[in-house]
Design a protein around this ligand. Structure first.
Ligand code: 5FX
Length: 534
């Protein structure tokens, strides 16, 4: 024991994501010393999930069994123990959970949490602790009525966005709670506390109900993101006295307390080990990327996601503004674009003979600004903006039915990045000296695509591996949470982590070309949105 303690402190980050539970341990130099995971479908087949969830007959309701998450934690810790992981070195832990999901604790559960018998698995001990066995998760889209009711109660979607950072979304927790209250009134009656997936997981370590943090709390359509307190008008629209069931929200950097004696006695955790508030997976990813003021992260995957660090919230009818997980005074924004890699692949197949080399060569050979041609490629109904179809325009803003293959390739990539920039700016993002674009995801390995990204944003592009970012970000947050008590900033606390790699710098004429093109793009997007949907 003594020898192990001399090896220096460790910090754990957990990620309760949709398909798996992951853990990563980092040392004081932020080097990863251990990682492991439990896959829900294959390692816990008794719960019969697909991709970690149950999709119900209506195709809209999507839930996950709460006990599956608890059992996954039993399994994960057992695996770590078998691998010889020394829990006594852990002085801080934190974690993340898929955003928006909700867990309903049955009356009496808080007493159970306080007296967990270290000789037994958690999933046995907590078998009767949940009033709703199947937790609604972020993939659920069954609460259309509840969304309408909430928006009507507060004065419309724009007003709701101004208060909570987002208009009503089906997956957001307030609307989910309203649905549970109406469809499962008895279960709701027996509920003592409602947690998010993140605060539920923190509660397991704490042996008591953990507070919802400001950042994940912003994904509920219930938190006033400016005052960082529950919005009375929103709570009242969802359920009477809901504040009692939710508990008071806390800053995301809060140290909630020590691990409960269950963890000390069952796995040999130190009594010194602190639990730092858990948060949502997207806020935790922002921490894992070490995104800073002025930065923008663009994840280029099946769908593209944009993360922003913003100082002043300017919520809109699209995207989400959340309280920032690493600096309580700041905010972050999240935008989702459905037409990402699949559309890039379709145009590669159509206009570059199915070859990424030809696609890249085309981007090298065509001029910045594409001779004024602009394209919108929404193969499937887009989220940002809500439009569908392919819309092509020539340099005189005249709609055309086709473009040459070379022009089409550049129109696609420029159009996608103009859209990412336009919508980011609408949420309050602006390019300032020192702005970095962090690129991640499959397409971030393509140099020419990154060059267009750099040109359109007129900023240097860096690449970063994000595959583990929520988990890693949670371990960083554990370390920072402990240090934050002495006033250390997140960036000072994690400065030893490895830096992203510079991949592209903007062409000297980029600003001249893309500043006016962005204005034209915005006007043309208006036109596209006015077109009747077929
Ligand atoms: C964000 O608003 C989402 O719904 C998803 O990214 C979930 O957080 C995935 F876990």
């Amino acid at each position: 024991m003594m020898a192990a303690a001399q090896d220096g402190p460790l910090y754990l980050g957990f990620d309760f994501s949709t398909q798996q539970l992951k853990v990563v341990a980092v040392d004081g130099n932020l080097s990863v010393v251990h990682q492991d995971n439990v896959q829900f479908d294959s390692e816990l087949p008794e719960f019969r999930t697909q991709g970690g969830v149950h999709i119900h007959a209506d195709k809209l309701t999507v839930t996950s069994p709460v006990l599956m998450w608890v059992k996954a934690l039993d399994l994960l810790l057992d695996k770590m123990k078998k691998a010889g992981f020394d829990f006594s070195r852990v002085i801080g832990l934190s974690g993340s959970g898929q955003q928006h999901g909700s867990v309903y604790w049955r009356r009496g559960a808080s007493e159970t949490l306080k007296q967990l018998d270290p000789n037994r698995d958690l999933h046995h001990l907590l078998r009767d602790s949940f009033s709703v066995a199947d937790a609604p998760v972020w993939m659920d889209s069954s609460t259309g009525h509840q969304c309408q009711d909430l928006q009507a109660a507060v004065g419309g979607p724009r007003r709701l966005a101004e208060i909570t950072g987002s208009r009503a979304y089906e997956r957001f927790t307030g609307n989910q709670i309203a649905k549970v209250r109406h469809t499962q009134p008895e279960s709701y009656q027996h509920t003592e506390r409602i947690s998010l997936v993140s605060s539920f997981a923190a509660s397991l370590f704490l042996g008591d109900y953990a507070a919802i943090d400001f950042s994940d709390g912003s994904g509920m359509n219930l938190l006033d993101i400016r005052s960082r307190t529950w919005s009375e008008v929103c709570l009242d629209a969802v359920a009477p006295q809901l504040d009692r069931l939710l508990g008071a929200p806390l800053p995301s950097t809060s140290v909630l307390g020590g691990v409960s004696s269950y963890w000390v006695r069952r796995f040999g955790f130190s009594e010194r080990c602190r639990v730092v508030a858990f948060t949502g997976d997207n806020p935790a990813s922002l921490a894992g990327m070490r995104l800073q003021d002025g930065d923008i992260a663009v994840s280029l995957g099946t769908s593209d996601t944009v993360f922003l660090w913003i100082q002043e919230p300017r919520p809109a009818l699209e995207g989400h503004v959340f309280c920032n997980p690493v600096d309580w005074r700041a905010y972050m924004a999240l935008l989702c674009f459905k037409n990402g890699s699949l559309t890039r692949e379709r145009i590669r197949n159509r206009s570059a003979g199915g070859s990424w080399e030809r696609f890249s060569a085309t981007l090298r050979e065509t001029p910045l600004g594409n001779g004024g041609n602009i394209g919108f490629f929404f193969d499937t109904m887009e989220i940002t903006p809500p439009a569908v179809g392919v819309h092509l325009f020539d340099s005189g803003d005249k709609q055309v039915s086709s473009l040459s293959p070379q022009v089409e390739v550049r129109a696609l990539v420029e159009g996608q990045f103009l859209s990412r920039r336009l919508h980011a700016e609408r949420l309050g993002y602006s390019i300032i000296p020192g702005t970095r674009v962090l690129a991640t995801g499959g397409a971030s390995s393509n140099k020419e695509i990154l060059q267009v990204l750099s040109d359109v944003f007129n900023a240097p592009v860096y690449t970063i591996d994000l595959s583990n970012s929520a988990c890693l970000g949670s371990a960083y947050r554990a370390l920072h949470g402990l240090a934050a008590e002495s006033g250390l900033s997140f960036f000072d606390a994690v400065k030893k982590a490895s830096n992203p790699q510079l991949a592209a710098t903007p062409h000297p004429t980029a600003q001249e070309v893309y500043a006016p093109m962005l204005k034209r793009y915005a006007l043309l997007e208006e036109r596209v949105l006015q077109e009747p949907r077929l």
